[in-house]
Design a binder for this molecule. Structure first.
Ligand SMILES: [Zn+2]
Length: 358
């Protein structure tokens, strides 16, 4: 490691380089690599630690959410101070990760991954790691990975169960072909409905991280070729062979079509401007214009709201009990309802009312 020679950290990676399949050569590859981690909650925080501790040169983190007390049971990078400060997860994670390994270029984005930013976020990455909690974002990531030729390491957990698979453009099928686009509309078990065992998170993140290290160090022949699912409570582990690309799929098939109906459908739902987040009594409303947080803070304070503020967001507890969490990129998380019409009405009443603010 050229950048560590002569420093007190020169043996930082010694236990990793002594592992023969990695060696000094693999370590240099890690230092030159760039990884995008989408979602820095439970899986994502663990994945980020693995990548940063292993010495991946650039780690990009993207997360749209902020730290809450209910995260602390399983999201290993966060603590009570982060929750009290209502820090965005990407920011809180980056702070911790830079303290763990200052050699890594950690880039944090507080954003929702969408069709408008996903190409740029993934551009130049050797791998995309799935730390998300919903099928629609995963499908979007799978699409962009197959367009850009970047492997996508899928992971999902709920309860004591989890799944993981590595999707490689040109070798395996894409996520659309594996789970079907319809799942984005009909997610059954989520961490919010059935809870989640923290050890399941670490198990799945560990599987994802192992495949990531294999890929980044050039050990492609060692990649697991299976779709793996596990239940840690009953301990049942099942593996099935990864299917290859499907001929008529416009992402993983041989015959690439120019347009895709699923893509069109996604574009339409984005234009509606709201998303119900992972069954947790929260609606995300996208206003499509940047928000002036300083002025909104004053305005909402004058409307009888209880305000919490930091550099990254404003949280306003409304007199009616719901909370609005406002981000400068124009997103509003409306907490305390899963009724999207009602959430949009609250945004109109409290945010759009002051038109000059947006
Ligand atoms: Zn496909």
């Amino acid at each position: 490691m050229a950048n560590t020679e002569g420093t007190v950290w020169s043996d930082r990676y010694s236990r990793q380089t002594r592992f023969a399949p990695i060696g000094e050569k693999g370590q240099r590859k890690l230092a030159d690599a760039c990884v995008l981690i989408v979602g820095v909650g439970a899986l994502g925080a663990s994945l980020a630690q693995h990548m940063v501790r292993a010495g991946v040169g650039e780690v990009r983190l993207v997360d749209r959410d902020f730290v809450e007390p209910s995260n602390l049971q399983r999201q290993m990078l966060f603590d009570e101070a982060d929750a009290l400060a209502v820090l965005p997860k990407a920011v809180a994670a980056a702070n911790k990760l830079r303290g763990i390994n200052s050699e890594v270029n950690v880039i944090a984005s507080v954003a929702d991954v969408s069709r408008t930013n996903v190409e740029e976020l993934a551009s130049g990455a050797q791998l995309v790691l799935d730390g998300t909690d919903n099928a629609s974002t995963r499908l979007l990531l799978s699409d962009v990975c197959f367009r850009q030729g970047i492997p996508f390491i899928y992971g999902g957990v709920a309860g004591a169960g989890g799944m993981s698979a590595t999707l490689i453009p040109g070798e395996t099928g894409c996520l659309r072909c594996l789970i079907g686009a319809e799942q984005s509309e009909n997610e059954v078990d989520t961490c919010d409905t059935v809870g989640v065992l923290a050890s399941t998170v670490e198990f799945i993140a560990s599987l994802q991280a192992a495949e990531a290290i294999k890929w980044l160090t050039g050990n492609h022949a060692a990649m697991r070729q299976t779709w793996l699912s596990v239940d840690l409570w009953s301990f049942r582990l099942r593996e099935s062979a990864m299917p290859q690309g499907i001929g008529n799929c416009s992402y993983c098939g041989q015959e690439h079509a120019e347009s895709d109906s699923a893509e069109e459908a996604n574009r339409e739902s984005e234009e509606l401007g709201f998303t119900v987040l992972c069954g947790r009594d929260t609606v995300q409303v996208t206003l499509g214009k940047p928000l002036d947080l300083d002025r909104l803070e004053k305005w909402l304070g004058g409307q009888g709201c209880m305000i919490t503020v930091n550099r990254y967001l404003v949280r306003a507890k409304l007199p009616s009990g719901e909370q609005l969490v406002l981000f400068p990129d124009g997103r509003v998380l409306v907490q305390g309802t899963s009724d999207s019409d009602y959430a949009v009405r609250l945004c109109k009443a409290y945010v759009l009312e002051l038109k000059q603010l947006i």
